[in-house]
Design a protein around this ligand. Structure first.
Ligand code: NOJ
Length: 748
């Protein structure tokens, strides 16, 4: 079909069929007219056609490779094809040449942007800005759907407390509340508040517990109790389901011996029965087949039966459904009703996305929308807000007019592919603006670039060239960290220090006595304690995406003021893993005992305090959760609770004054934490229950109030029922998880 025919078709479809636009995103399956269409179609389908819908394949080849299978209705979804011309042809074959004309669901891992790449998800979480994150997901959806991709495998909602795990880059970090809010924002962004042809089905993943991989090694087993699952790992998924997420992906891991793809407790009891999810459940890539490797099934046929039985609707790349389901149905091992339910879930999503009405895209229009100026602008703002200022001895922001020579150095200063981060298939490095490019544009002729290290893991003994250039410069801007390939799926590390000779490079730079501003670009929170003394300021940018360069240049020269906060605890050393702020109260909390170098041992001494800490690295991390500096300073005062006692259906009202006490306009991420002092089971030392960004001019004071529904304090206690347990609580309003003085209140 030619492009202009397609645009005419599209226009006609939009005008004539308003049923596919203007639909509010809500829990799927609630619309009777959609259900009627599902049932009608289902009643016309053969068993083979139904099973075809449950089959998802990766389609990197020529259209002719798949034409026959598409025509026969043997493929319900493809992933990894983004060429709009090919996608249109796939759709044409399905719609015009297959018996029932059911369009294809085209999927892609659009994880933090399509062509315009945003910061990696852990960086997006550092913004604590749900509105901006929603905007970013919308941009991704607009770009991807223009090319025919209507399903993304995002957001990843795996709580992760182990930075050795490479996929920590893809989630929102360690906190359930923050992860839940980011989950909602991304679902709204991808799917749109109102669904139309730019809506892309979100896929919440990986269900569930995948981020707790033992030892931080990807794909490893997890051993989460039901209480941990319910209190910590499941709530972000539940929040996303409530926000209307269309699809969900099972995870690779086994939890307590049961692989997720065959786990009917989480897939049926919790997801379907408790939460009422009517969307589509897809396996992860071959995760059904891998149940054979787990030793959870004898062969592909056996695991196909187990997966359908557990509640899986679609098989990604095992080919187990397409090869064995017919036989399993005839032998009675799989019920026809299980197949029908799975197909209902798939058809429902195709209908909700409006695919039947407008399966084709306008190839010319698709090109125009990529890297649109407003998309690049949103990516830049996201990169600015995601950077966390970890240290500033007063050197930042630099005064642009006072700088004559700048040395730019480090392996990440001009690494256009690597600053995009993991899971970037479509963002091109030719469109990426690196810090070096941005600084050269801003200060023509004033920038010397001596990388020092060509790549992060390079080993070097001497840095004479860099040091010589540093001596000529007024200021040194060093960009260090890790390349994109060092984080992400299967890319785990057991050492979290800056790799190669990067720390030595920073030491050499510092020895010149010139101001050293370090920016770290990485997929995880690295252990940078040893590097802090060698810099005057440190910005932690994660992998900042397409517009990382301009964003960092704006931050360094004060056109933007840092406001990012750590979405995860930053450790001193990898040996502290796992250390997270919301750990349970222990029987022997740390009481400030001395650390190793300062301990004077007496002969025969047997005890060093008997509290919970490491002799060599203590009990505190390098930077706590929620931490980040600004160029200005904020002061909290007059923090008051509305009352000192509340009923379970009340809201806790807390008021306070926030003042900008510094010289720059800035944005503070206000955080509210709560501790439940006594529970039927031990409770976390504190838990985030609210956050919001507040922007203030220098000297401005603002009275603010926050309302926390008491129901948000509910948890699964000893009886396994979610409820608020009456008693005494502490509440903090602060700029990070380790600051502030608590107020107390009671719940009756
Ligand atoms: C495997 C990954 O675990 C998952 O996150 C991704 O969406 C699929 N592959 C598809 O690429």
């Amino acid at each position: 079909m030619r492009a202009n025919t397609i645009s005419l078709f599209l226009l006609a479809a939009l005008l004539l069929l308003p049923s596919c636009s203007g639909r509010k995103v809500s829990t799927v399956g609630s619309d009777p007219s959609v259900e009627a269409r599902v049932e009608k179609l289902l009643s016309q389908m053969t068993l083979a056609e139904k099973i075809g819908q449950m089959n998802q394949i990766s389609a990197g080849g020529a259209v002719s490779d798949y034409a026959e299978a598409l025509r026969k209705g043997q493929i319900g979804s493809v992933l990894n094809e983004v060429d709009p011309v090919k996608i249109n042809e796939f759709q044409r074959i399905c719609v015009e040449e297959s018996r029932l004309g059911i369009p294809l669901l085209v999927a892609r891992d659009v994880i933090h942007g399509f062509h315009t790449v945003f910061p990696i998800p852990i960086g997006l979480a550092a913004t604590f800005d749900t509105q901006l994150v929603e905007e970013g997901a919308r941009v991704a959806a607009v770009e991807a759907t223009a090319q025919g991709v209507r399903w993304t495998f995002s957001p990843m909602l795996d709580i992760a407390r182990d930075p050795r795990w490479g996929r920590i880059a893809e989630g929102s970090g360690e906190d359930t509340w923050l992860d839940s809010r980011m989950a909602e924002a991304m679902v709204y962004g991808y799917q749109g508040r109102v669904s139309d042809s730019t809506s892309m089905a979100a896929c919440i993943k990986h269900f569930v517990g995948y981020g707790a991989a033992e030892g931080g090694r990807d794909y490893n087993s997890t051993f989460l109790t039901e209480r941990q699952l319910r209190n910590i790992y499941l709530p972000p998924f539940e929040a996303a389901v409530k926000a209307g997420a269309h699809t969900l992906m099972t995870s690779f891991n086994d939890n307590d011996g049961v692989p997720s793809t065959g786990n009917s407790f989480v897939l049926k009891d919790v997801l379907r029965d408790e939460w009422g999810f009517d969307g589509l459940v897809v396996t992860d890539w071959n995760s059904m087949g891998e149940m054979v490797s787990h030793g959870f099934g004898s062969d592909r046929k056996d695991v196909a039966a187990k997966a359908v039985g557990a509640g899986v609707d679609m098989d990604m790349m095992t080919f187990g459904f397409i090869s064995h389901l017919e036989e399993l149905v005839s032998s009675g091992a799989v019920k026809r009703s299980a197949i029908d339910n799975a197909v209902r879930n798939i058809l429902r999503i195709k209908i909700l996305l409006g695919l039947f009405e407008h399966p084709y895209v306008d190839v010319e229009a698709a090109r125009r929308v990529q890297y649109a100026p407003e998309h690049l602008d949103a990516a830049r703002r996201s990169a600015e807000e995601s950077a966390i200022l970890l240290k500033n001895d007063g050197v930042l922001p630099l005064n642009a007019s006072g700088v004559r020579r700048i040395l730019v150095t480090g392996p990440l200063a001009d690494a256009p592919h690597d600053q995009l981060g993991t899971w970037v298939f479509d963002g091109e490095k030719s469109h990426t603006v690196t810090p070096l490019a941005a600084l050269r544009e801003r200060f023509p002729g004033a920038v010397d670039f001596v990388p020092g290290l060509a790549y992060s893991r390079q080993q070097r003994e001497r840095f004479d060239d860099v040091v010589a250039a540093a001596r000529r410069a007024d200021v040194i801007l060093a960009f260090v960290g890790e390349e994109a390939i060092l984080s992400g799926e299967a890319h785990c590390l057991s050492d979290l220090n800056l790799i190669g000779s990067q720390s030595a490079l920073l030491e050499a730079l510092h020895s010149t006595g010139k101001p050293v501003v370090v920016t770290v670009m990485a997929g995880r929170p690295l252990t940078v304690e040893r590097d802090l003394p060698n810099c005057d300021a440190m910005l932690y940018a994660f992998h900042p995406g397409t517009m990382g360069g301009p964003a960092l240049s704006n931050l360094i020269f004060g056109d933007a003021v840092p406001s990012g906060k750590t979405p995860i605890t930053f450790l001193r050393t990898v040996g502290q893993v796992p250390m997270y702020y919301n750990h349970n109260m222990t029987g022997r909390p740390y009481r400030g005992e001395k650390l190793l170098p300062y301990i004077e041992l007496e002969a025969g001494q047997t005890s060093l305090g008997n509290t919970s800490y490491y002799l060599d690295s203590g009990a505190s991390p390098l930077f706590p959760f929620g931490y980040g500096l600004s160029y200005t300073t904020f002061e909290y005062s007059d923090i008051r609770l509305g009352r000192d006692s509340y009923g379970v259906s009340d809201s806790v009202e807390v008021s306070f004054t926030l003042a900008n006490t510094g010289r720059y306009a800035g944005t503070e991420v206000v955080q509210v934490y709560v501790r439940d002092l006594v529970g039927s089971v031990t409770r976390p030392v504190k838990e985030l229950k609210h956050f919001e960004r507040v922007s203030l001019e220098p000297g401005e004071r603002r009275s603010l109030s926050v309302s926390i529904p008491v129901s948000d304090l509910a948890f699964y206690g000893l009886d396994g029922v979610k409820k608020v347990e009456p008693g005494e609580f502490l509440l903090w309003v602060a700029g990070d998880s380790a600051s502030g003085n608590p107020l107390s209140f009671k719940v009756r």
